[in-house]
Design a protein around this ligand. Structure first.
Ligand code: ATP
Ligand code: MG
Length: 345
């Protein structure tokens, strides 16, 4: 039986990257599994412990967690069909993180790119020197992520490209764990890469669109109104290349990003869309992207507003999710705990 597992941080409202790169695919899995009657468990979580790896205002974090939970439901995840929960409500996860920390090498973490980009290191930075300024939690983020996955012994993890390196590390840790405990209890989780490309910042195509980017104009939120979506795409960076619109992520990253977003919103292959827009002006391309995105986000935005008016309902769903998740987590941790020479708890 497969266990499909993924999470999202409550570091801000969801943007198009989260939606096309992650949450929309989760919803599609959920619906396909139901339609085809596939025997598979689905778990999705709000990664609130992960969000502590960058500095947070704890008062607003509380609200952002709830907004993230509501956003998952708004995007079509259904608590009847999937287990949807808060990471911090599962105490088995930090316990497994400790066990994994004791088999994970510092060098393995040193090679990860995420802490380097989140710590805003310069390309020529002296890593050894910069490490001293990096928080332990940010550095060991990938071990917490491995613990999330392995607490539920997930078989498939749908993530964006930015997370594939962490999945590789998780598989390495599974190999070490199984070898050292002479067992095959932990599954090696497969990465399910989202079919869409990584969505880039509307202001700087060298960066991915990211919740923690302080420039609001760089991202479009899933709950944004039509007027503001149009404004952001209108002000999106393009390039100074004249003539036809072409899809070329290397030479024309900003224009290609708009084409990719349009393709994702219309559910068409990039190639097809690139042909359709080749004679557009850049303004026409931006208008087409805006309208397609507005249409795609209409339902999630409406649902979100409804859910946020019902805190009691949200609380009820999240409790149910945590209970379901904990019962699975505690079953697995008992075995893992025993395999590592601890008691059965
Ligand atoms: P943060 O900046 O706080 O890390 P984020 O925008 O990167 O936030 P996460 O919560 O880290 O969002 O990631 C949630 C999911 O969204 C992950 O599966 C990740 O791969 C995916 N994702 C995030 N940004 C993008 C993007 N720009 N394009 C495609 N997928 C993305
Ligand atoms: Mg991220």
């Amino acid at each position: 039986k497969s266990v499909i597992f993924s999470g999202i941080q409550p570091t801000g409202a969801f943007h198009l990257g989260n939606y096309f790169g992650a949450v929309r695919n989760w919803r599609d899995f959920q619906n396909r599994i139901e339609r085809d009657n596939i025997d598979s468990k689905l778990l999705f979580f709000v990664a609130d412990l992960h969000s502590l790896t960058v500095s947070q205002d704890f008062n607003t974090l509380y609200r952002k967690r709830i907004e993230a939970y509501a956003s998952l439901l708004a995007c079509g995840l259904d608590p009847h069909k999937a287990t949807i929960f808060f990471q911090s409500e599962i105490p088995e996860i930090p316990k497994l993180q400790w066990i994994l920390s004791c088999i994970c090498g510092m060098g393995q973490l040193n090679r990860m790119t995420q802490w380097k980009s989140k710590a805003n290191l310069r390309k020529d930075a002296n890593i050894a020197e910069e490490l001293g300024k990096v928080k332990l939690g940010l550095f060991t983020y990938p071990v917490l992520m491995a613990a999330d996955i392995l607490t539920f012994n997930a078989t498939h993890v749908p993530v964006g490209k930015d997370q594939s390196q962490h999945l590789e590390l998780t598989r390495d840790l599974v190999d070490v764990f199984n070898r050292q405990t002479k067992s095959d209890f932990l599954h090696s989780p497969m990465t399910l890469l989202a079919p869409t490309m990584k969505v880039l910042s509307l202001k700087n195509p060298e960066k991915k669109m990211s919740k923690s980017d302080s420039d609001e104009m760089s991202k479009v939120f899933i709950t944004e109104d039509a007027k503001s979506i149009r404004r952001k795409f209108n002000k999106a960076l393009t390039d100074s290349i004249e003539g036809k619109i072409t899809y070329d992520p290397v030479k024309r990253p900003a224009v290609s990003n708009l084409i990719a977003i349009l393709a994702a919103a219309e559910g068409k292959p990039i190639k097809t869309v690139a042909k359709e827009v080749q004679d557009f002006t850049k303004k026409e391309l931006k208008d087409a992207v805006s309208e397609a995105v507005i249409k795609e986000l209409k339902e999630p935005a409406e649902r979100y507003n409804q859910l946020m008016k019902d805190p009691v309902g949200l609380d009820k769903w999240s409790r149910l999710g945590s209970e379901k998740a904990r019962s699975l987590a505690s079953k697995n941790l008992k075995v893992i705990s025993h395999l590592t020479g601890m008691g059965w708890w």
